[in-house]
Ligand binder design. Structure first.
Ligand code: BG6
Length: 483
């Protein structure tokens, strides 16, 4: 990745005083500023509803954002320089006339980036008003945060509304998992090495697990989360994107549409779930109080109604109906208030058809364990000889510690993706048809759950017991249960 600064951009963040802005976007832009990745003329306009003065906004950001910047990277001088790029503009987003204030700013950088970090219900309104105010031209790009819609129909409405003013190659649908170093590395692992490709398919692979476990609860986000739930918040986007990268065919190049064509094929090959499949192949949970009395259950969280049926945990079995993956189960799992913060992709190979080491020899299947967080590593589980006389076997791991494999700074996902937007690189963003294909697969699951109650699980556990049972019926286990 080159470190040249962008030639200059006007970055207009709608929702500029919101959570995402002060936790992720401004810290990411600060890091880009610190490392010379922002052009000298690049400026940031934060648009918000609050009728604050510039001074009040800077004070707000000064109090909130620094704690989300790695302490060793926070320096008073560069931070002051960064704040000089920042301008606050109070606009009622629903008022078309108010957008004139943006025109008055005389935004003259070579590119203009509208970042919609608002509720998706506002995406159509904002893009419509930008278009009507004559603020969209060749230089413009628009970044849409997830979740884009709440189902296929609402996503289609938003996509159609935005498409009236922006061409598809001006639209950046962000999924920050695609900006994670290890996720991008997965493409290199798969397509930059000769040894995996022949074995990366049925029948050699027995199962794939994609698990994104969080220890945090819903926190202060109940307003959004209670209307969404884990399926919309995590599975529809992050987990399905990971699944695409694991499962896709080699693209013919790294150009955006070549990669996105292959991801789309995977999404289209996902076997649609019938109501019976949803009952059999999905588990829906909600955290209840756990052993630690300081941790509340979901229903006791502030902003959550006492009878909320929102799921905070999902485990499911997906099937990709194509030649590479026929009969290989893909198990996806995500949840809040789980036992550990850990995101992993586990590729498990089938057992040897015959063992010369005799019956009863404990033999583990070979596994590729790709850990995305908290640390980043890739491990390959093999069998080796136990030292000593005899031929006993023991499991060992070849381990690649990605953090220490290079001195180069590893940018956070948002920084990397924001720089991609500035440079006009679309590869790590979702195309419209991809996003809609993901919703098309998710919709029947939402429908199948309509009258269901999620199963409670104790905070700090690995989710409802049914989650283990989902794998046990195929003689499989979640990775942490198999150790
Ligand atoms: C966000 C979800 O997209 O991803 C959050 O809205 C979730 O609910 C977060 O906590 C997880 O991101 P990360 O990078 O911390 O794994």
């Amino acid at each position: 990745m080159t470190l040249s600064p962008d030639p200059g951009a006007d970055i207009i963040i709608f929702g500029g005083a919101g959570d995402l802005s002060f936790r992720k976007l401004l810290p990411a832009l600060y890091m880009a500023h610190l490392h010379g990745r922002l052009g000298a003329s690049t400026r940031i306009v934060a648009v918000g509803r609050q009728t604050w003065s510039q001074q009040q906004y800077l004070q707000f950001i000064g109090e909130r954002s620094p704690e989300f910047i790695e302490p060793s990277a926070f320096e008073a001088g560069p931070w002051r320089g960064f704040l000089e790029r920042l301008q606050y503009l109070s606009i009622d987003l629903a008022d078309a006339a108010a957008y004139g204030a943006l025109r008055a700013l005389d935004l003259s950088n070579p590119s203009r980036i509208y970042y919609l970090a608002t509720a998706p219900g506002l995406f159509a309104t904002i893009s419509g008003h930008l278009g009507a105010a004559g603020l969209v031209d060749e230089r413009s790009r628009i970044v849409l945060e997830k979740p884009l819609g709440t189902d296929l129909a609402s996503a289609q409405v938003i996509n159609a509304a935005v498409a009236r003013h922006f061409r598809e190659d001006q639209i950046y649908r962000i999924d920050h998992y695609l900006g994670k170093e290890t996720v991008q590395n997965l493409m290199v692992l798969r397509f930059g090495n000769a040894i995996f490709e022949p074995l990366w398919r049925a029948p050699y692979i027995r199962s794939v697990q994609i698990s994104v476990a969080e220890t945090v609860g819903v926190g202060s986000r109940a307003g959004f989360y209670d209307g969404a739930g884990a399926l919309r918040d995590m599975v529809q986007n992050h987990l399905l994107q990971l699944l695409c990268i694991v499962a896709m065919e080699p693209p013919i190049s790294l150009r955006a549409d070549d990669v996105r064509d292959e991801k789309l094929k995977v999404l289209r090959s996902l076997r649609p779930m019938s109501a019976a499949d949803v009952r059999r192949d999905t588990v829906r949970g909600q955290y209840a109080p756990g052993l630690d009395p300081a941790i509340r259950g979901y229903l006791q969280e502030s902003g959550v109604g006492p009878r909320s049926r929102t799921e905070t945990f999902v485990a499911l079995r997906a099937q990709i109906d194509n030649a590479r993956w026929a009969h290989v189960p893909f198990f996806l799992r995500t949840g809040k208030r789980l036992a550990r913060r850990q995101s992993q992709i586990i590729i498990e190979w089938s057992e040897l058809p015959f063992s010369i080491f005799g019956e009863g020899t404990a033999q583990q299947p070979n596994r590729l364990i790709i850990t995305l967080q908290p640390e980043e590593s890739i491990q390959l589980g093999l069998m080796a000889k136990e030292p000593g006389s005899g031929m006993s076997l023991q499991p060992v791991r070849l381990e690649l510690d990605l953090q220490s494999s290079s001195d180069k700074r590893r940018a956070e996902a948002y920084e990397r993706l924001l720089v991609d937007v500035m440079k006009g690189r679309l590869t790590h963003f979702m195309r419209r048809d991809e996003l809609e294909a993901a919703w098309r697969w998710v919709d029947p699951i939402l429908a199948g759950w309509r009258d269901d109650f999620p199963q409670p699980y104790p905070a700090g556990s690995w989710g409802p017991a049914a989650s283990s049972a989902l794998l046990a019926r195929e003689n499989l286990k979640w990775f942490e249960e198999s150790l």
